[in-house]
Design a protein. Sequence first.
Length: 561
Amino acid sequence: MSHRIAKRHEYQALEDEDLDSGSTSRLSTSSNSPILPKADVDEFEEDDALQGDGDGNTFDTDGLETFYEPVEGYEGAHRYDPKYRWNISDEHKVVRKIDKWICTWVCLMFFALQLDRGNIQQALSDNMLPDLGLTTNDYNYGQAIFYTSFLLAELPSQLISKWIGPDRWIPIQMVVWSLIASMQAFLQGRKSFYLCRALIGVIEGGFIPDNILYLSYFYTGAELPTRLSYFWVSSQLTNITSAFFAYGLLHLRGVHGIAGWRWLFGLEGLLTGAIGVLSFFYLPPSPTQTASRFRGKSWFSAHEEKIMVNRILRDDPSKGGMHNRQALTLSMVKDCLTDWHMLPIYLLAVSFQIPTNPLTAYLTLQLREIGFSTFETNLLTIPAYLLFIAQLLFWTQVAERWNQRFLVGLVSQIWALPLLVILEWLPGDANQWVKYTLTVLLVGHPYVHAILVAIVSRNAGTVRTRTVASALYNMFVQASAIIGQNIYRDEDRPMYRKGNKVLIAVCICNFAFFIGARVFYISVNRRRAKIWGGMSLDEKREYLATTKDRGNKRLNFRFAY
């Protein structure tokens, strides 16, 4: 709550014309401006309007309520009340209920995604490639097809989600991809392998930003990074769970003359399909639409719904600028695609995971190559995933606590670089446990994806930009996966000397990218603060009343870094 109070104090300083005497430094290090423009509405927010803090206080200046009124059709409009007050304990209870009913189920759905997306690694440990007559390079091409399809589907999927609602679109995705994933049990060769990877990629593409958009309806900007970290924790818990699943299902090899990896694909696909069907009935459209025949009476009281709606809009008024069944126009999409202020984050999305991607993608193959059996391999992946989870949760919390996101993100490269150097110079006859330890440490690296995704959401500034930017960011992440999947080549086995040199070079470049992104946003914030601080109160009002700048283009918007 102190973070919100600090925001109020920063913007009270605007009225006092005190930016040039100390407020500038606070603004330049804050996550972003608490005064965000309402998306796609020709209204303005006065510079002296203050967002409510955690104790339920509303705007400190009367007469500005109309500037924050949600658009017609906004699902929480009937609960909007700029004068509404509540106490901190009530808000904490509401957030805990949101975690219980919403975040937990989103994590379960992500479990389903990762189960069908990641079980190919367990299948590899059961001689899937030899059974299908495929090489490592064929596998690389299949994964490249998957990620390319996934990438190309990101933006269209996000636009569909914004049009019909993520509560409808996400379950549709889950059911369709689970059917295709189950059909992998009938693969016969290279062509069928490529086709299935393409279809799964097309349907799964957009699932992650769709869920991020959905979570943004319920959580404030400060709460979202932690929930996103839970999102990816569920992913790694899936890897651990699937290792045990694989241990049992792969033992079915030979039953009815069917290979173990075929049982794996078929049965796990049916499980995720069941979760998708339940999600059709479970997911509520918004915080104020939780009552249904399946869900029963509303999960929240009228008081709690008012807390949810008003705290979200006071944290980010732009969320009231569109309702959750409102599609983006072509002109909106064009504006979002040309938002150059988001480019540093997109650049990081392409590169930050590459140094650890090949080891992660080839984890089971690497363990098989250094001498472990099929069943030992699947169990030995678990320590890597546990380390990954611990680092994900720890560094996400550190980034929010220190309010330093790109510097914390740099830790991922500081961790990877010496390990890659050791791996590159390791003798080919090194002990298998030494190789295993290096592999575990690289796979269990500090995962800063949740931090960067939250930066995208914060720096977007409007619902429309957030919708498109989340998809674009994930598209670049998938491009990174395509690149990473093709760094380790068949001809470079078993030590992948050439591939490791490439990973080291990319890791060094990432140092410049993380530091450069931070410097870029600091410089933009300082320049804006200088201009804004040099304006009189009347000039600020005139700017806000007449400017055509939207979202993160406004002079009083501050970027997170």
